[in-house]
Design a binder for this molecule. Structure first.
Ligand code: SF4
Ligand code: SF4
Length: 439
């Protein structure tokens, strides 16, 4: 956290105003093969899963090593490179906290070999089942039940540009993915959403829409956040009624093309790495399951300097507690904010005790309009009802309050702990998020 920087410096380094965090759409290098990957087979400890490998086994790139969930509601997980399985055990989840899930660790072999591609023509199930087998992370239930299909080509986070990178650099594959997605889901139309201000991207998408039957282009005045799809799916499960639309991203469309056209499993993902601790913001292809710490080191982040790391961007990215976890399949952004961390012996007793100085900076920056320190104090006093009244469930976990706090208080971590105590109150959470988005 760089809350101790003088205000004028902090403002000039803040994520929104930092011009360095603009990531060029064309920068799509491949990060070299990491020493190891950690591939989780569960999202929550109680989720079912299947392990297909044992410790010591040699695996090839693209070989299936397990599934998240069990048939018919499952998603296959594949080895992103060839190597040796070094552990099948409980590991901390990328969301951290108390959450430990079953994961497979694979160490890279010096020589890389790929498992043979499995074409769709040799598969006995339907296309959606094939996509599950290829490990493409989609909301399969919503894809078949929702009334319409949309591709969100807007970018809500200022530091993420994976969508533009896919469309500008892989337009043919993207167009092919749209055709395959319609064929797989039975939808006859797809709507592409583009931000009205993105003229170059809009022109590229218009050319695609003119060529591919059933594809429409709609310009929107504001970017749409990624949280809309989980919210719609949740509402669908609560109400039992079909969601008005299912929203996918260009990265998923590209993965659909690679799976159905080329028989390639989902073993790589495009990620934007940015933030004031990143010397050169970049958008790179990563091996699935690469530990976060290795990604950041290779991006040039030095750790006493990095104060806060979020999966996503500065606005909606959730705080991370462990950098040893492997990157999840749906992650498109890593945000590392610069920190100014004094060694303990050089901190005054005041800062060692991390007292709130009532400066109000956390209130000033909070996009949810709550008073973060008020929520945190109620959580610390174990007064759940009072913390709910103070807006505990309105918190978007963007981390901006912790980012600016001069006392370096772990505000988001405490808020997250408070939220864990509210399990079973998800409908209240959805209500609060909708309220925040519509205000
Ligand atoms: S993390 Fe929550 S409380 Fe803190 S600024 Fe973001 S929305 Fe507000
Ligand atoms: S929690 Fe931090 S930012 Fe908020 S009022 Fe206290 S010292 Fe200031």
């Amino acid at each position: 956290m760089d809350g101790l920087w003088p205000t004028f410096m902090r403002r000039s380094r803040s994520p929104v105003s930092d011009g360095r965090t603009t990531v060029p759409a064309a920068a799509c290098a491949h990060m070299p093969v990491p020493e190891k990957v950690v591939l989780p087979l569960q999202d929550l400890p109680e989720d079912s899963c299947e392990v297909l490998v044992t410790t010591g086994e040699h695996v090839l790139a693209g070989q299936q090593i397990g599934t998240m969930g069990i048939r018919p509601h499952y998603l296959a997980v594949h080895a992103p490179f060839s190597g040796t399985v070094t552990a099948v055990e409980q590991r901390i989840h990328e969301a951290g906290g108390e959450r430990h899930v079953l994961a497979v660790e694979i160490a890279a072999a010096p020589e890389q070999k790929s498992a043979p591609a499995v074409p769709l023509s040799q598969f006995s199930g339907d296309r959606l089942m094939f996509l599950r087998d290829m490990g493409v992370p989609l909301d399969f239930d919503a894809l078949v039940t929702a009334r319409s299909l949309m591709v969100n080509c807007t970018e809500f986070e200022p530091t993420i540009s994976t969508r533009a990178a896919i469309i500008m650099n892989h337009a043919e594959a993207f167009a092919g993915g749209l055709r395959h997605l319609m064929a797989a889901t039975g939808h006859t139309e797809i709507t592409l959403l583009v931000h009205a201000a993105e003229r170059e991207l809009g022109a590229r998408l218009k050319a695609i829409a003119d060529r591919v039957r059933g594809v429409r282009l709609t310009a929107v005045a504001r970017a749409w956040p990624d949280t809309l799809q989980p919210l719609m799916s949740f509402r669908q499960r609560l109400s039992g009624q079909a969601a008005p639309a299912v929203i996918v991203g260009p990265g998923q469309v590209f993965a659909v093309y690679e799976a159905l056209e080329l028989g390639q499993p989902y073993i790589r993902q495009l990620v934007s790495i940015a933030g004031s601790a990143v010397p050169a913001p970049q958008t790179v292809w990563l091996h699935a399951g690469t530990p976060l710490v290795e990604i950041l080191r290779r991006a040039g982040v030095s750790f006493p300097f990095a104060g806060r790391v979020a999966l996503g961007g500065p606005m909606m990215g959730g705080p991370r507690y462990s950098l040893e976890a492997g990157i999840g399949k749906k992650v498109r952004g890593l945000f590392a904010a610069a920190g100014f961390i004094l060694p303990d012996e050089r901190k005054s007793r005041f800062y060692q005790s991390c007292a709130c100085i009532r400066c109000g900076k956390c209130v000033e920056v909070c996009p949810a309009g709550i008073t973060p320190i008020a929520v945190v104090e109620q959580v610390k006093f174990h007064d759940l009802n009072r913390s709910l009244e103070c807006g505990l469930l309105s918190c978007l976990e963007c981390g901006l309050c912790a980012y600016v706090c001069p006392s370096q208080l772990p505000l988001v971590e405490i808020i997250k702990l408070g939220k864990l105590q509210t399990r079973g109150r998800e409908s209240l959470l959805i209500f609060n998020i909708f309220k925040t988005l519509s205000s």
